[in-house]
Design a protein around this ligand. Sequence first.
Ligand code: FAD
Length: 495
Amino acid sequence: MCQTKDDSGQNQKNNGESPHTSIDSPRRKFLKTAGIGVAAATVSPTLLAASSKSAITVTDNGYDVIVIGGGFAGVTAARDISMRGHRALILEARPRLGGRTFTSRFADHNIDLGGTWFGNSQPFIWAEKMRYGLELAESAAANSEQTIWMNGDNRVVGDGSTYAQIYGSAAEAFYAPTREYLPRAFDPLFRKDFGDLDETTAAQAIDRLDLTQVQKDLLHSFAGINGHSFSDKSSYLDQLRWYALGDYDLWNMWDNLSRYRFAGGTKSLIEKIHADGDFETRLGTAISEVHQDGDKVTVTTNRSEKIEARSVVVAVPLNCIHDIKFSPSISKIKLEASRRGHTGSGTKLYAQVEGKNPVFMGHGKESMPLCFAWTEYNDAHSQVVCGFGLSPNLLDVNDDDEVQAAFNQYMPGLRISESVSYDWNHDPYSKGTWCMYPPGMLTSSLAELQRPEGNIFFAGADIANGWRGFIDGAIESGARTATQIDEYLSAGASA
Ligand SMILES: Cc1cc2nc3c(=O)[nH]c(=O)nc-3n(C[C@H](O)[C@H](O)[C@H](O)COP(=O)(O)OP(=O)(O)OC[C@H]3O[C@@H](n4cnc5c(N)ncnc54)[C@H](O)[C@@H]3O)c2cc1C
């Protein structure tokens, strides 16, 4: 039976266990305002729009900073700001923290419906893991017994080394320009001249290569999963960045994308970061408007309230920035990039398998309902498989038969007892999955998206310099924004 989580934390089409939607860190950090708390219902976009029509009260509690959005970027920013002695408040639309990460219980595991894996070349998440002593777990597929790929419509079951030879040589050709154009992985705009790489789509770059059709299919699918959309949607230059970040090594890049996860789920890390700071948090509080007036910023909430602070951090997803009304307006480039959005718009799901099958890693074609699938948990008497597809149009994750058929393309005998997914694309507070940029956006918009405007600052995985689109990038960006705010507030105090 399939389950989909909605953002009130309720299972749709399922009577199973509800996911964890609350944070168990100290209650004192949560404002005990009536109607606000972990059980608050998701706020609809209608409420966002309606808020400006309601009777408004203005609150000035002497906040130095209001952080809009309680994902990894927002919570990291709030922790680091508070550690520098400033008074901060997080306003989060959903009834939980974590944003595009969301730990739930499924098949007796702490599974992550959103952001999950990380690797050795991701310095910011790694530093937090070490700092809080969190336990790691590894994807079962890191030691897969079978590697499965497609030759046209035919399934090939092979060993890792044959696959590595066919796919690896193709990938090396695809990533060949990386060192020249991205010599500093964490400084994507270091080299100013990128030729036509940013305007070229990943699909165009693949089609230019002198490779077999099997190799091209593997590359289209890989570029597809990395952009979480079809390979003709993402910028070739932005695809190359991942290779640079993976130390210019294909298999190290893979490890960073899929090897380690937190044994307690991403929830275990965000709880630690949240508990470590000294700031206030309001859940179920969506912001509809940000008004800047001299050295003050006033935000308007869906709860008919205006709250003042000396500065604001906008830590919402790129795709949601334009849903907030800014007065005076923020720059046109920011708003246009937000309206255009990143490419991430596919599906992710987990399924519990009856009995045991070989532990496998499947690399399919981008037209398949799931372009990648693999064994994530190899338990004593059952398994949990995970799959990614490039569009909800290719797979209805709530249709048991479609889900069964999608996994059977990789492993024909595999029987599924239950599956779970989350609809990030229709959630008004994500409007998509992870961030890769469409053609032209990296060179035209990244620097501007990062640029503060007056006392409004911006943070988020979607505007990170390094692992943009990852938890690591969210922490990088949140930490950097906290430094910018500290400098801004300290300069004001000494002026
Ligand atoms: C399916 C999926 C799989 C992924 N896999 C991985 C992975 O394996 N590894 C990895 O590192 N990353 C992965 N990612 C990406 C990673 O989860 C994100 O890049 C990262 O968590 C984003 O953090 P953030 O804080 O920038 O944004 P978010 O987590 O999106 O946080 C933004 C917050 O702003 C809130 N918000 C939005 N609008 C408003 C408003 N008007 N008022 C108040 N609050 C608002 C949102 O509710 C949200 O909590 C995945 C993402 C998805 C969806």
